[in-house]
Every structure is written in C-alpha cells, then in structure tokens.
Design a protein around this ligand. Structure first.
Ligand code: ATR
Length: 279
C-alpha cells in the first residue's frame, strides 16, 4: 500500500487518519495513513518529513505548528498556499515536493455544498487576521463574493493583511478592513465566519447581532466545541443558521485525497459520522 500521514505536534487528537482511512475504504484505494509527531525540537519536522519520504511516503497533511515550515520545505507551492503563507498538504510528485493549502477551498465547499449557502454576489465578513483568515481569502474571492470584510480585534493586523493580499483579489470585490469596532456602522453580512482563535478560550469576537443578515449563516472554523460563544451570539440575531468547522475539516481532507489519488471521495457519510449536534 502507498503511505500517507499527518504530521503535527501534538498529533494524538487528529481526526485525519480516521477520515482518510474511511475515504480509502470507500474508494478502494490501496493506501495506509498514519499520524506522525514531529516533536518540539528544532529541525524535527524536516527530519520526519525526509524520513517519511525515504520510507516510501507519497503525501502528508500538515497541522500545527508545522504549516509554515511545510511551505518553506516545498519545491513548488499553489497560489492558495502562498497566499496563506502556509501549507496543509504535501505530495512528492515527479521528484519534487509540492505544497497546497486546502483549508480555504474546504471552507467554501462546506458553506456552498454542505450548508447550501451560495457565496456568489454575497457579503461576507471574516473575523480575525491570523493564519486561518489568510487561508480563506483567495478561495472566498474565487467563489464570487461581492463584498468582503476582514475585521479584527487589533485593527492594524486586518489592515496589513488585506493590504498584502489585495493585489491577488479581483478588482470588482468591495473590500473593508479594520477593527471589529467598525461593525455597528456597516451593513449586515450574509455569511459571518469566525476565523479567530477566540472559541478555543471560550471567548467570542465583539460582533453585534445586527452584523448578521436575516437568512444568513454564522460559521465558526473550530469544531468539536459545540455551540461556541460566537455561535450563541449569532443565534441571538433573527433567523441566522449556525455551523461549526467539522465540514471544513472533512472537505479539505477530500481535496487532499483527490490531489493525491486522483479520485474524489464522497464526503456525506464521513461528515455524518463526525458531526455532533451543536445544540
Ligand atoms: P491563527 O493562525 O490560528 O489564525 P493567530 O495568527 O494567532 O492564529 O491569530 C489569532 C486571531 O484570533 C487574531 O486575529 C486574534 O486577534 P488579535 O490580532 O487582536 O490578537 C484573534 N483572537 C484571538 N483571541 C481572541 C479573542 N478572545 N477575541 C477576539 N479575537 C481573538
């Protein structure tokens, strides 16, 4: 069987081995998928990467804290990986190490296909200005979003991020960046995405309920945390649907699987198995 793995530190909690093993079974692919702890020592990631390649490794998923190093280690990288400044998938192909970042396409696919919320022509707010936001912007723009705001607790970080990436975004896209304190003055958004790490500390970015358009979607990129404070806040607005990031996790995995194997797995079964009711 061909060898694949996810590398991170820590790695025990990763759902990727389970997801890819299910995909391999469902598509009849002869492969094994393991979890590798890259350790905390400097150089540990690169050593593990090269050892895996020497032992026949074909591709890897990369998670915290190695996504930046994965991009640096690659010979070639996709536009999304370069814009994100980080890679979450690698493959050895024709003697070169190639890097991709499928988090953003996974997010878009989850919103549009699984959650049934088309993005074309819509107003989208992304909260946060870290790596998660960086990875989402190009795919959101490609989906045809009409108005895109990146707002952050620290306004200057959101402004710097959009200044850096604006040249890669379509000129017709209306962009706003700044602090979340601008929100009371902006029209409501059809989709509001929490790309901050606030949910990890049971906190929420400062978003007034008026920021959520009725009939819209509130999306938290974290998963397995139930109704986060951000999603609870969204529920206080009328007629707003809420979702966590489990579908993004499954869809980015499906993208990587298709890139490695040339076969796109169905995601609905796997998504059902991993989904925990939010309420
Ligand atoms: P990542 O790479 O996971 O996105 P990061 O680069 O550390 O992580 O960025 C974390 C983001 O979450 C930042 O935008 C941060 O806001 P600041 O730039 O103001 O620090 C945001 N964030 C983290 N905790 C938050 C909280 N409790 N409330 C609001 N925003 C928060």
């Amino acid at each position: 069987p061909d060898r694949y793995a996810v590398i991170g530190h820590p790695i025990a909690h990763s759902k990727s081995p389970q997801i890819h093993t299910w995909f391999a079974e469902a598509t009849g692919q002869d492969m094994v998928y393991e979890a590798i702890d890259g350790g905390a020592e400097p150089g540990g990631f690169e050593q593990a990467l090269h050892a895996f390649a020497r032992h026949g490794g074909r591709g890897m998923n990369v998670t915290l804290p190695f996504k930046l190093q994965a991009l640096a280690a690659a010979d070639v990288a996709s536009d999304d990986a370069r814009a994100a400044g980080a890679a979450n998938a690698l493959r050895w192909h024709e003697g070169r190490l190639e890097a991709q970042n499928f988090d953003g396409v996974g997010l878009v696919r989850d919103i549009e296909v699984n959650l049934g919320q088309p993005l074309r022509g819509k107003a989208v707010l992304v909260l946060g200005a870290g790596g998660a936001t960086r990875g989402a912007l190009l795919p959101l723009a490609r989906a045809g979003v009409a108005r895109l705001a990146v707002l952050n607790r620290t306004a200057s970080k959101a402004v710097a991020l959009l200044d850096e990436l604006a040249a890669n975004l379509p000129p017709a896209l209306a962009l706003h960046s700044g602090g979340t304190d601008l929100l009371p003055g902006l029209p409501a958004f059809d989709v509001v995405i929490n790309a901050t790490s606030a949910s990890l500390s049971a906190d929420a970015p400062a978003v007034p309920p008026q920021a959520f358009a009725p009939g819209g979607l509130a999306y938290d990129m974290v998963y397995g945390k139930g109704l986060t404070p951000f999603l609870r806040l969204a529920q206080s607005a009328p007629n707003v649907r809420v979702a966590d990031g489990v579908g993004m996790l499954v869809e980015q995995a499906a993208e990587a699987f298709a890139w490695w194997r040339g076969v796109r797995p169905q995601t609905d079964d796997v998504l059902k198995r991993l989904t925990v009711p939010l309420a």
